[in-house]
Design a protein around this ligand. Structure first.
Ligand code: ADP
Length: 485
């Protein structure tokens, strides 16, 4: 419907332009025609006047010379009847006058000829012949012609314009509707027949502008259909690969989770195993007189085992909380106390690696705000890494200090072990980077995440002894609350 009316809008505009243009042409051509008729009328009058001069001037001069008044008057009366001539008069040098007719027109042509005696043109003239031709008749004839010329030109132009419009409608407009319907109903999901205009076979076989548009539209429909098909296929492939990526991502997250859990639980389990092994050894080797001492030792060791078992539970709880994105259990705690506790926990590992732990803690408590289990986790990880990198007989120094400039507490783990190679430094904190056979490579990345979650930092530095210094920095807080496990 919209196509139809817009199609008519074009036709209406075309009609308007044709009317305007044809009216202008009609007016110009009519004006030209009238001007030509006017100049022809005027030149006819001049020709008539000159004909009178050529044919009558001599005999009029003779009659004036002979004073043949009767003949002269007859001659004048005859001339004044010629078309357009309104008055004709003769005035002699001795002021005698003859004339015929009256001037009636407003616009006239006034021609005067000098009368000489025949063959005596050098002598004084006899008088003057005045011929007055009226133009009103010419004008009224032209006025009558105006209507005729304008109306006939108008009819001619409008007939031509109408014919052009008809041709335009027949050759173009009626096809536009079909073309626009085709374009509006274009679909690419199912094949549709190509656009064919209602034209004769001859018209169709000789390609013109319309046929070019039709061919272009049919081609466009085919190409767009192909493109759409390709696009749909590409979208399907993309969806399939997105599913695959999501699947891989889930697998990856699961793998990461399993590694984290294994790593974190492995530490207390190793401690429990080593306590249990040494308990078995003590029981096997104990002599009867050592029973009381053994009992006391076993009580202490079982307490340590139960502490480690509880710690495993807490670690699991933390991981669960981490997965559930629960808030951390923030407390004020003394970094010195925490590190004393942690070094007790890793003592067995240190012993079995023949490494001694040295505590160089700040003389006064250093309070920080943090999740005790998470900070323990970081410290255990750093100390265990240091022990594992150290040679037998070496020391691992655990120290704390207050950086009063930044109001930060620094926890440093210093070892004199194998150190980190230049290339490995860049990957230290990346998940799954490990140089150990049994390593998971997640300890440092988790430790860094925990440090950041506490608004702190975890930094590595090579030291002069060829080993590593790992420094955990946490914002210092007031002294009110002491650490309590
Ligand atoms: P993992 O201990 O399971 O390998 P971590 O993330 O804790 O995972 O450590 C990653 C790697 O960083 C280790 O495999 C080791 O190569 C290196 N590393 C960490 N701490 C030290 C250290 N104190 N001395 C030497 N290398 C270390």
């Amino acid at each position: 419907m919209r196509t139809f009316s817009s199609q008519h809008r074009t036709v209406r505009r075309l009609i308007l332009y044709i009317i305007l243009f044809s009216s202008a042409i009609t007016l110009i051509s009519s004006a030209l025609q009238l001007y030509l008729e006017y100049t022809k009328g005027v030149s006819d009058i001049n020709a008539e006047i000159h004909q009178i001069k050529d044919s009558q001037l001599e005999s009029i001069a003779l009659n004036v010379q002979d004073r043949n008044i009767q003949l002269l008057q007859l001659q004048l009366d005859g001339l004044v009847k010629l078309p357009g001539i309104e008055r004709i008069s003769i005035v002699t040098t001795d002021r005698v006058k003859w004339r015929a007719g009256e001037v009636m027109s407003n616009e006239i042509i006034d021609e005067r000829f000098v009368l000489y005696q025949h063959g005596r043109e050098q002598e004084p003239p006899l008088g003057i012949l005045q011929i007055v031709v009226g133009l009103d008749e010419l004008y009224s004839r032209l006025t009558d012609r105006v209507y005729f010329i304008v109306i006939s030109n108008g009819i001619k132009t409008f007939l031509v314009a109408g014919f052009i419009l008809y041709l335009f409608q027949y050759l173009v407009t009626r096809h536009l509707g079909k073309i626009s319907d085709f374009a509006q109903n274009l679909t690419f999901d199912k094949p549709i027949p190509p656009l064919v205009l209602d034209r004769t076979e001859k018209e169709r076989s000789s390609p013109d502008e319309l046929q070019t548009v039709v061919t272009a539209l049919n081609g466009m429909q085919l190409r767009l259909g192909d493109e759409l098909k390709k696009r749909l296929e590409a979208e399907q492939k993309l969806l399939a690969s997105r599913d695959q990526i999501a699947h891989l991502d889930r697998l990856n997250s699961m793998g990461e989770m399993v590694s984290t859990i294994t790593h974190e639980i492995n530490q207390p389990l190793t401690a429990i195993a080593s306590y249990a092994q040494s308990a078995t050894r003590r029981i096997d080797n104990a002599r009867p007189e050592q029973q009381a001492e053994l009992q006391q030792w076993l009580a202490t060791t079982l307490k340590k085992i139960s502490e480690q078992a509880l710690r495993s539970g807490k670690v699991l709880q933390r991981i669960r909380n981490f997965v559930k994105l629960r808030a951390m259990d923030m407390q004020r705690l003394d970094a010195n106390t925490m590190l004393r506790e942690v070094s007790d926990m890793v003592e067995t590992t240190a012993n079995s690696n023949q490494v001694s732990l040295v505590l160089e803690l700040n003389p006064s408590p250093l309070y920080v705000e943090g999740d005790p289990v998470q900070l323990q986790q970081v410290s255990i990880n750093l100390i265990k890494n240091a022990i594992e990198a150290s040679h037998p007989g070496a020391q691992v120094v655990i120290s704390t200090c207050l950086n009063s400039e930044n109001n930060e507490v620094e926890l440093c783990i210093h070892d004199e072990g194998v150190g980190v190679s230049g290339e490995a430094v860049e990957h230290l904190f990346e998940p799954f980077y490990t140089s150990k056979k049994q390593g998971m490579g997640v300890g440092l990345s988790i430790s860094l995440a925990i440090a950041k979650a506490h608004n702190g930092t975890l930094k590595y530095q090579a030291n002069a002894q060829g080993g590593c210094d790992f420094t955990l920095t946490l914002p210092a807080v007031g002294e009110e609350v002491a650490y309590d496990v």
